[in-house]
Write a protein that binds this ligand. Sequence first.
Ligand code: PEP
Length: 258
Amino acid sequence: STTRTPLMAGNWKMNLNHQEAVVLVQKLAWTLSDKRHDYGLVEVAVLPPFTDIRSVQTLVDGDRLSIKYGAQDISVHPSGAYTGEISGAMLAKLGCSYVTVGHSERRQYHAETDELVSAKAKAALEAGITPIVCVGEGLAIRQEGTHVPYNTSQVVGSLAGLSAEQVAGLVIAYEPVWAIGTGEVATPDDAQEVCAAIRGQLKESYGADVADAVRIQYGGSVKAANVAGIMAQPDIDGCLVGGASLEADEFGGICRFY
Ligand code: PEP
């Protein structure tokens, strides 16, 4: 849509130490140095591991880069005896704009449920951080042909308990699990089918204004060479990028999909 600014977010997963993080963000800033993203045509964000965020903050602040950054997970708790967890206030203090919640790898390896994901989205919003709420079907569901209701019900569950106003400010990422890290990108039509259904569900649950405001990303083997067809779809407002976000040229090419 013309009213939703596309968001290209790079999910680094568990890759790059803090020195490598600085090098990649510097290269990315150079690649994007025409600063078109400064003028609202596209928003660019990186999502490094927690241990890199302070270094990215220092670089972005020091060089006044318009690249945004965030985290890959957040605790549902505000503080206290939760060993190993990171709170929304801690992330906000580091200048994080975004946090992914419910990435398929967290759902799979850490048994995250829709209920937990919605609590994490709420914790992010309360800390002033925009959650990128991830949903997506596995291969069996896709082959069975039930991917549309599967995804809309994951959206309903992952947003449970949030107000319409809160939902209007968040981002949803549709990431079919069979397309993540496999090199098998969804076709633009397949991605659009699910993203349109998600927007339809948002309309049903929260009304047309909220549905129009929410940015819906596609994720799964996005590369500079396949991004244009995806971004041409009316209900796709950006991409969540894994592997290709670890290379400045490739991610830069994705950010310049236009
Ligand atoms: C992801 O993990 O969010 C992702 C989309 O990964 P990839 O781009 O590597 O498929």
